[in-house]
Design a protein. Structure first.
Length: 482
């Protein structure tokens, strides 16, 4: 534990949904749900307006539609979220060399290592200025927690949501934690929380009073020891600048179970290529290819193959995944497929060409001997997608488009051979809606526009902070609570 609250935790508020509201003037102040839109889709993020209606992350989209039928349901735009995340992480990097990203919208920062804070006053000032800078650069809000440890800083940022700042004074941790629910502590999920509740422990104070020996008896030695330390507010984990990823993977859940073996293999190969794209974007390679298959009855199988050396060759990964698929029984249907690579390294094996050739030869042999045929000995062809499926794939709800006459807009929806577009841009007025044929030659997909067209220059941050256009942090938005 540090004697000063110099560990900062930043968590952007309803990140995906807030980015969509900032990009689309017609959605400001309205319920927005971002996630998979099919029958088996899952909510990735819900705006605060949607959360009031009971919608939350990880909820099935079908259930969200019942709770909030009038909300805007959008497919994620990860290219936009990544670009905004890069802007935020750049600001954090200017505060300290020790920044530990947890996701696109969340990170720890060691303010002491950056020399920008060494006591309560300087830490509070830096946190408030950071929130102002984020809003100036991205147009979005973030909540900040400040404390003497990572655990407490994260708890503080949760207390600050939305759009606030909470600072926990070192020395007050036990008093502040005591009345909080045991679920507040990291690692205490529904199952552990219910187990503790049955033992009569519902608050953090209950855990502290129970003692380490009792917690070890209830939840085991490793968990019990850590739980007791957390209940006392003890956490000595440092902020780590680089978190080494152990694997890279992608997966898709299908709206309808896949029964066609040829279609299943095609999807596996497509996922393998996407996996390699992520691998290469991280400048990594991997040695073990992993296939994940969830069948119609929710049973999940994983198969893996270790290569002769690390690779980032899409052919090698694709064909290794296809070989793994041959050992999986997909009779009855497949609802989810995933491809991953583990055993990551910063280099690739020199013998990749030979490795790829071996993989192609093995795949060719397997294909020649096991490719399904119809009665007339012609290969079984994959069932083509319907016009509606093709339209939904080309024009996902919420994604950007450009029309040669109307300019930039976003897809509100598609169906019956038509696509409806609202033409508006970030920072502009609410736009008008126009409907086109899905094959209109003047309409094409487009890249997302920046959320802030003319952001304040923070190249000198934090040494010389420009004055905020919105003035000082308000009591409602930047209030520091004990």
């Amino acid at each position: 534990m540090r004697p000063a609250p110099t560990i900062l935790h930043l968590d952007m508020d309803a990140f995906y949904a807030s980015a969509e509201q900032a990009a689309k003037p017609s959605l400001r102040g309205k319920a927005v749900v971002v996630g998979g839109l099919g029958p088996r889709g899952v909510v990735a993020t819900a705006s605060y307006e949607a959360r009031v209606l009971g919608v939350h992350s990880a909820m099935p989209t079908a259930q969200a539609r019942r709770l909030a039928p009038n909300a805007a349901y959008l497919v994620p735009r990860f290219s936009l979220y990544r670009s905004v995340s890069e802007q935020v992480m750049e600001l954090l990097g200017r505060l300290s060399p020790l920044v530990e990203p947890l996701s696109l919208d969340e990170a720890f920062v060691d303010l002491e290592a950056g020399g920008v804070a060494d006591d309560t006053v300087s830490a509070r000032r830096t946190g408030e200025r950071l929130r102002t800078a984020i809003r100036e650069v991205t147009g979005l809000s973030g909540s900040v927690g400040l404390a003497g440890s990572k655990m407490l800083a994260k708890i503080a940022s949760e207390q600050a949501k939305p759009d606030g700042l909470v600072l926990m004074e070192p020395g007050t941790e036990r008093e502040l934690l005591a009345p909080m629910s045991v679920r507040t502590l990291p690692g205490v999920g529904p199952a552990t929380g219910d187990h503790l509740r049955r033992a009569g422990m519902t608050t953090v104070n209950d855990l502290a009073e129970a003692g380490e020996a009792e917690l070890v008896r209830l939840v085991g030695k490793a968990h019990g020891h850590g739980l007791y330390r957390m209940a006392l507010g003890l956490d000595d984990r440092p902020v780590v600048a680089e978190r080494d990823a152990k694997s890279v993977s992608v997966e898709d859940t299908f709206d309808v179970d896949l029964h066609d073996r040829v279609r299943v293999r095609a999807e596996v190969e497509r996922l393998a290529v996407r996996c390699v794209e992520r691998l290469r974007s991280a400048d990594r390679s991997g040695r073990t290819v992993v296939l994940k298959v969830r069948r119609y009855d929710f049973s999940t199988l994983t198969r893996s193959e270790t290569l002769r050396g690390p690779t980032d060759d899409p052919t090698v990964v694709r064909e290794a995944a296809a070989r793994l698929l041959e050992a999986v029984d997909t009779t009855g249907g497949v609802r989810l497929l995933g491809v991953g690579v583990t055993g990551l390294a910063d280099f690739t094996q020199e013998d990749l060409f030979a490795q790829a050739a071996d993989a192609r030869e093995l795949a060719a042999r397997a294909e020649a001997s096991e490719k399904p045929v119809a009665e007339d000995d012609k290969p079984v062809e994959e069932e083509p997608e319907s016009a509606e499926q093709l339209a939904a794939r080309r024009w996902p709800a919420g994604h950007d488009v450009r029309h040669t006459v109307h300019g930039h807009g976003w897809v509100q929806g598609s169906g019956v051979g038509r696509v409806t577009v609202r033409f508006e841009e970030p920072g502009g007025p609410v736009g008008r809606v126009v409907t086109f044929r899905v094959d209109d030659p003047e309409l094409s997909p487009a890249d997302p526009l920046p959320l802030v067209r003319d952001p304040v220059d923070y190249s000198s941050w934090p040494a010389s902070l420009p004055k905020s256009r919105s003035g000082p942090v308000s009591a409602a938005g930047g209030e520091s609570r004990p």
